[in-house]
Design a protein around this ligand. Sequence first.
Ligand SMILES: Nc1ncnc2c1ncn2[C@@H]1O[C@H](COP(=O)(O)OP(=O)(O)OP(=O)(O)O)[C@@H](O)[C@H]1O
Ligand SMILES: [Mg+2]
Length: 237
Amino acid sequence: MGEVILEIKNLFTSYGRIPMLMDISLTVHQQNICCLLGPNGAGKTTLINAIIGTVNADKGQIIFKGEDITNLPTHDRIAKGIQVASAGVGTFPKMTVETNLRLGAYNINDEKLLAQRLEEIYESFPILKGRLEQKAGTLSGGERTMLSIARAVINKPDLLIMDEPSLGLAPIVVDEVFHIVKRLNQENGMTIMLVEQNIAKALSVSKFGYIIQKGQIIYSGPSEQLVDCDALKNPVM
Ligand SMILES: Nc1ncnc2c1ncn2[C@@H]1O[C@H](COP(=O)(O)OP(=O)(O)OP(=O)(O)O)[C@@H](O)[C@H]1O
Ligand SMILES: [Mg+2]
């Protein structure tokens, strides 16, 4: 299974006085793809925000690479090796693709290393290479998704969290996105936490999965067992 890279212990969060996440515990193992599934409004993005530190924990702990990061500011969590790739997050529509990639890599201070990383990104995401001067806001949905993934991947994070990368994309682009997810894991050994609505695809690329409903983990298990899980067939919003 590999070592544990992320452990969430009995996490509670709320929006104002309204409880959101309730007693969430989960574990992500190194070099695995772990998926988090659940209906709209279940708390998936909230959980991601709690991990990266834009939503506060009321109770519980978030342990990353053996260290308690529960109360660290977001930039420290990023510096420790967590990146979130999410369609809208972290890209600047009025700036070019290249500027977006450079801003995403703000932790890389060595210009030579950055140039090398950019080359690697252009190789992995050829769709971006031809559009370096284009403003991010004018990219197609699929291209913007690739940019958001590339912006996170350029940092070679120890944990890449993806929030519904296939959302709103045509089937052929969805296939491309899942191909990238698989390749990042298999060829680069990247640990990925994948939040998805495309249940079948998410289970097909992941080893282990959690199902969240109304702010609680209601089921977890190896992905091949989750395929038959009732909670996925009849989700409760
Ligand atoms: N900043 C906020 N203030 C108040 N309520 C919020 C805030 N952000 C999210 N919520 C509420 O928390 C609940 C969970 O939202 P969240 O975005 O985590 O769901 P999700 O599982 O990611 O859903 P989706 O699949 O639609 O993206 C929703 O009812 C949402 O309206
Ligand atoms: Mg969400």
